[in-house]
Structure formats: structure tokens, C-alpha cells
Design a protein around this ligand. Structure first.
Ligand code: UD1
Ligand code: MG
Length: 449
């Protein structure tokens, strides 16, 4: 069965009080919209349509940036959720299969829940995701008739009795594409809001002899984000879930509540994460890695046996092989570091390749940027880079070579060679003592202390 996801993201989100469209506000380093798309990804959708409106250009861009195959449908005027889904019709021309409608501002629907909805489609033409609301507030109410869903009534249109129903509409709907668009054609806007309600398709389906049913999920999954305050609550929920999953997956978190994960952080079993570690997007950590306190990692890969930090920063393109050690105040960007290399103190490595078992001394800098272009530094296996070496790229250091401390290396160094790029030391016996005397006298003469 082919699946198409239709993600509604045209709403304005006035309560965010922001120039940024609501669905582009981020949770764990990814726009809410991306979270909504990812919830549907395990169903392997053959098509994904994002319906945009307010801030449509930026929303479309973000969707394509996440996945170039996504189709964008434009809803110029927000006339209601059924009207929004109808805008996806052209993009889905010729598509045969099921449509699942999701909201771009509802980031926590679990893939397993959508799988249950798909399974429920075997029994019902239209499947709606419901939840028992602690405070049903203004949610649409699911009016049941035994195991079947009879209709959905919006809060504004509900009677007192209907408002007492606590089973609420999450907004997620699954139906065959042709059936869905046929039903939507029958939706009118004669209701309290003057909107085309997607929820009306349930009553319509029943009146046409089709069946409708529900799948229910925990209320937390259906949480929508409408304000900055709710965004921070959502972030907190995401982090709590990510920490619990990491522990479950066999990762030790010494102080879980101080570790921040990105939406896509992957950490292998028996890794240990010390307090106050932050993961940005794109970090993958293999098993048996130790990440020490106050480190920041994004867009990087750390292989088995690595020890990172404390106070280390791995930036995008840092690719670390097994047993690499990266110590305090070290920054690594766009660099491949081979097995068991050590970069332990106060160092910047950018646009570089570092051979296995190389030792990079404290304070080393790959001078990769000439103000206009970036250049590469290559360091061979077992090379020893003396403390405070400036490697002016492009430059290569051969296998088993050495550089003297404080060198500025501007020319390639052949394998096994020692390169010294610094001025020779001059020592003047007794001169320090004499200088001190002169200076102290000066201070006395000035009468200052
Ligand atoms: C909707 C449901 C309600 C449900 C609630 C769950 C309808 C009529 N009502 O109400 O039953 O309990 O969600 O949160 O469907 N959107 C568009 N274009 C539009 C209108 C909305 O793209 O023309 C998008 C919004 O950006 C949002 C989503 O659809 O992501 C839901 O719209 P919203 O206005 O929040 O619907 P609710 O009134 O909350
Ligand atoms: Mg809403």
C-alpha cells in the first residue's frame, strides 16, 4: 500500500509573536515541520506534500532543504483544514493509495501510532487519531457509536452534552486518496467558524455508507505548539524522551537532565556522557565512547573507544576513527582523524587529515583560511606535531615526521624529517638581573607603588 503524507503548515501562528513562520521554530535543532515529517517517515511514504501559506516561501525552502523530493502546495487563504488538504490534490494527481494528514505544528506523533492507524484502515474507510484529553478545552469531540466513529463536532458547534465528551480529535486522519478528496468536495463552510472543516468528512463518510473508526494515543503525542511558552514545554518533553531512550539503549548519562540531544543524535551502547554535554544536529557516536563534561558535538562521527573532552568542540565534518582522543579546548571541523591519534589540548584542527597515532601538541593550529579560501593540512601517521605549531595550509607533514615547538610550518615536511620554523634562541647571561634593577629603580624614582 502506497502512502502519501499531507502536512498542513499554512497557519499563521500569531501567538508565537514572530517573523518566523510557526512551523519553522525549532525543537532539538530541527524545525517543528521536520519533526512532523519524520513521524511519518517510517511508513516509507512515496509522496510527501507540505501545504504552505503564511511565510510559505520560507516553509517550502525548509521542507526542501530537509528532503528535496517533498512537494509544496500553496494555500493562499486559510479557509480551513479541509480547504488546506484540498490544495494537495494537484500534487497527488495519479497517486493511488492512502493519505495521512498531519499538522506541521504537532511534532510528537509517534511512528508506531501512525502504523496503528494504517492497520486500522483494514477495518475502516476513514481512521481518525483521537486521545482522551485531561482538559478537552476547544478540541473537536469524537462522537462514537460503539466501535465506530459517527462524526466529529468542533467545540464551537457542539452542544453542552457533546462538550462533555473527553475523547478528542488530534487532527491526524488516514483515508484512501480518492475517497478523501471526494469527501472533501462535499464539505461546506456552514458552521460557527465559516471554515471548511476536515473533521466534517467523518459524518459525510457515514452518510455515504462508508465506515469510520479511531485509534487513540497518549495526549502528550498530540501536543501542538502555539506560543513560545509551549515551545519550551515541547523542547523539555523532547529532551525527557531522548534522555529516557538513551538510557534504555544502554548509554550512561551521569546527569541526564543536563545533557541536550538533537532530533537525530545517535549514540551506541556502553557509551558514557558526562554532565553538561550538548549535541547539535548530525552527531553519531559509536559504542564505548566517553564524552566528558561540557563538550559540544554536531555533524560529527566518533568511532568506538573515542574519548572526547572535557570542553571539546566537534563541528560538522569531524570524522574520528577508533580510539581517538580529543582533549580540553580542542575544536575540530571538517577533518578526518585516523585511529588512535591524540589531540589533547588547546588546538584548532580544520580542513585536515590526521594519520593514525599522530600526536598533536598543545596549542597547534591548522591555519586553514587565507581570508578568502580554505586550504587543507595533511599530517601523516605517527607524526609528532610540537606544541604551538602553526600549520599554514595547504601543507603536508609526512609519516613519522616531527615539527619543533613554536614552529610556523609553511612548506611540506617529508616523512621522517624534523622541521623547525622558528628563530634561533639567544641567551644573554646576567641581563635579566640587570634589567630588573633598572626597572625597579625607575619605579622608586616615580614614587609609585
Ligand atoms: C483542529 C481540528 C480539531 C482538533 C484540533 C487539534 C478542524 C476543523 N479542527 O482544530 O478538531 O481537535 O485541530 O489540534 O480540523 N491549517 C492550514 N490551513 C487552514 C487551516 C489550518 O494549513 O486553512 C493548519 C494549521 O496551520 C494547523 C492545522 O492546520 O497546523 C490545524 O489548524 P488549527 O487552526 O490549529 O485547527 P484547530 O482549530 O486547532
Ligand atoms: Mg490548533
Amino acid at each position: 500500500m502506497s502512502i502519501a503524507l499531507v502536512i498542513l503548515a499554512a497557519g499563521q501562528g500569531t501567538r508565537m509573536n514572530s517573523d518566523l513562520p510557526k512551523v519553522l521554530h525549532q525543537i532539538a535543532g530541527a524545525p517543528m515541520l521536520v519533526h512532523a515529517i519524520r513521524a511519518g517517515e517510517p511508513l516509507e511514504p512515496s509522496r510527501i506534500v507540505v501545504v504552505t501559506g503564511h511565510g510559505g516561501e520560507a516553509v517550502g525552502k525548509a521542507a526542501l532543504n530537509y528532503q528535496p523530493g517533498i512537494e509544496i502546495a500553496v494555500q493562499d487563504q486559510q479557509l480551513g483544514t479541509a480547504h488546506a488538504v484540498a490544495k494537495a490534490r494537484d500534487a497527488l494527481k495519479g497517486f493511488e493509495g492512502d493519505v495521512i494528514v498531519l499538522y506541521g505544528d504537532t511534532p510528537f506523533i509517534r511512528p508506531g501510532t501512525l502504523e496503528q492507524m494504517q492497520a486500522a484502515r483494514a477495518a475502516h474507510d476513514v481512521v481518525v487519531l483521537g486521545f482522551e484529553a485531561a482538559d478537552p478545552g476547544r478540541y473537536g469531540r469524537l462522537v462514537m457509536d460503539g466501535q465506530n466513529l459517527e462524526r466529529i463536532v468542533e467545540f464551537k458547534d457542539a452542544t453542552e452534552e457533546e462538550r462533555r465528551i473527553t475523547l478528542c480529535n488530534s487532527g491526524v486522519v488516514a483515508a484512501n486518496a480518492d475517497v478523501l478528496f471526494d469527501l472533501i468536495d462535499g464539505v461546506s463552510n456552514e458552521n460557527a467558524s465559516g471554515e471548511y472543516y476536515l473533521t466534517d468528512i467523518v459524518g459525510l463518510a457515514r452518510s455515504r455508507g462508508l465506515s469510520a473508526g479511531t485509534v487513540t494515543c497518549a495526549e502528550a503525542e498530540t501536543m501542538g505548539v502555539n506560543s513560545r511558552a509551549e515551545l519550551t514545554v515541547a523542547e523539555g518533553l523532547f529532551q525527557a524522551r531522548a534522555r529516557a531512550e538513551a538510557l534504555e539503549d544502554g548509554v550512561t548519562l551521569v546527569a541526564p537532565e543536563t545533557v541536550y540531544f538533537a532530533y537525530d543524535t545517535a549514540i551506541g551502547r556502553d557509551s558514557l556522557v558526562e554532565p553538561n554535554v550538548v549535541f547539535g544536529p548530525g552527531a553519531s557516536i559509536e559504542s564505548g565512547v566517553k564524552i566528558r563534561a561540557f563538550s559540544h558535538l554536531e555533524g560529527c562521527h566518533v568511532s568506538r573507544g573515542g574519548v572526547i573532552g572535557p570542553y571539546a568542540r566537534l563541528r560538522p565534518g569531524a570524522e574520528l576513527a577508533e580510539d581517538v582522543k580529543v582533549g580540553n579546548f580542542v575544536e575540530i571541523k571538517a577533518a578526518r582523524v585516523d585511529r588512535a591519534a591524540k589531540i589533547n589540548h588547546l588546538t584548532y584542527i580544520g580542513d585536515a587529515e590526521i594519520g593514525e597515532e599522530a600526536n598533536i601538541g598543545a596549542g597547534t593550529v591548522t591555519c586553514n583560511y587565507d581570508g578568502v579560501l580554505k586550504h587543507t593540512t595533511r599530517i601523516g601517521a605517527r607524526a609528532f606535531i610540537g606544541s604551538s605549531t602553526m600549520l599554514v595550509a595547504p601543507v603536508s607533514i609526512g609519516d613519522d615526521a616531527m615539527t619543533g615547538s613554536g614552529s610556523v610550518i609553511t612548506q611540506d615536511v617529508e616523512p621522517g624529517a624534523l622541521a623547525l620554523g622558528r628563530s634561533r634562541q639567544v641567551t644573554k647571561p646576567g641581563l635579566a638581573r640587570r634589567l630588573f634593577e633598572v626597572l625597579k629603580k625607575k619605579k622608586r624614582d616615580q614614587g609609585t607603588h
